[in-house]
Design a protein around this ligand. Sequence first.
Ligand code: PBG
Length: 338
Amino acid sequence: MDDAFKLNLVQRPRRLRRTASLRAMVEETVLRPADFIAPLFVVEGDAAPEEINSMPGVFRFGLADLVKECREIQAAGVPAVALFPKLDPKLKDDEGSLALDENALVLRAVRAVKAAVPELTILTDVALDPYTSHGHDGVLTAERDDVDNDRTVGILARMAVLQARAGVDVVAPSDMMDGRVGAIRAALDAAGFAGKAIMAYSAKFNSGYYGPFREAVGSAQAAGTRLLSKATYQLNPANRREAIQEALLDEGEGADMIMVKPAGLYLDIIRDVRERTQKPVAAYQISGEYAQIQAAARLGWLDLARCRHESLLAIKRAGADMILTYFAKEMAKALRGA
Ligand code: PBG
């Protein structure tokens, strides 16, 4: 009875899924190594690279190993790295003073990488969280009940100039203070760095998935502060219109690229932003997204290579032109069949 069942269909979408070559012909989204930016953690000293507990396969590098890693990343076809310093807690203070030190670790890292791998694009975060003893992205008010927006922006603008002077190609404000993109643009221009670009962490949500990153750079304190949480500056994960507004404000203030972060849980926001700006859109597949896939793969519950690829493909399909991802090097190698 069932054997004889026939549908009289004009449309049979499965026709184009029949063979591998047909499937390749109709493939709409393709990942390439140049889509990725590799975030890298840097520490003082020349100890062997130290793996981050909650991020298997991700290390904190001393300067020499950092340079080596950057060479490999470049050779894999990945065009850019984003450098994040992890400081000795003893060097942190309330004001994040070390952020304005010309010899700060991240600036030395920038100079070393630029000298060794000049073709590689370097991004650095503009935010105070690696430097403050309280872990917030800015300095606090006298009452210590808020992050002082305007005073923080003044510091960030100076920080961005130091980074530009060290040779960074793109500064990436990740602090979510109001008005910081405009202030950074003005400071860069005034210092003779009109050619340096700004990638704004525009739609940065107050996410629980930053946990492993905060372990990596030792900035977890602020997450645990009940009186003053990052919710006073990062976006509420419930808010879509507010995210779009942030993106448009940053574009108006001079952002060259607009970032959405996290990525995988915010594909709708990536799409929203993509449809409203002509600027390149970046998305940050953050530490917790990486950790989830790695953890499930380690338990044998997910296939690492497939899920890595699918997670990144989804972010690109949603509209991201580039993706910051801890999978960058391995993914690029896999795409090249290495
Ligand atoms: C901080 C910053 C964070 C990340 C990049 N820059 C985390 C935070 O706001 O605490 C997170 C990246 C990740 O989780 O991978 N300015």
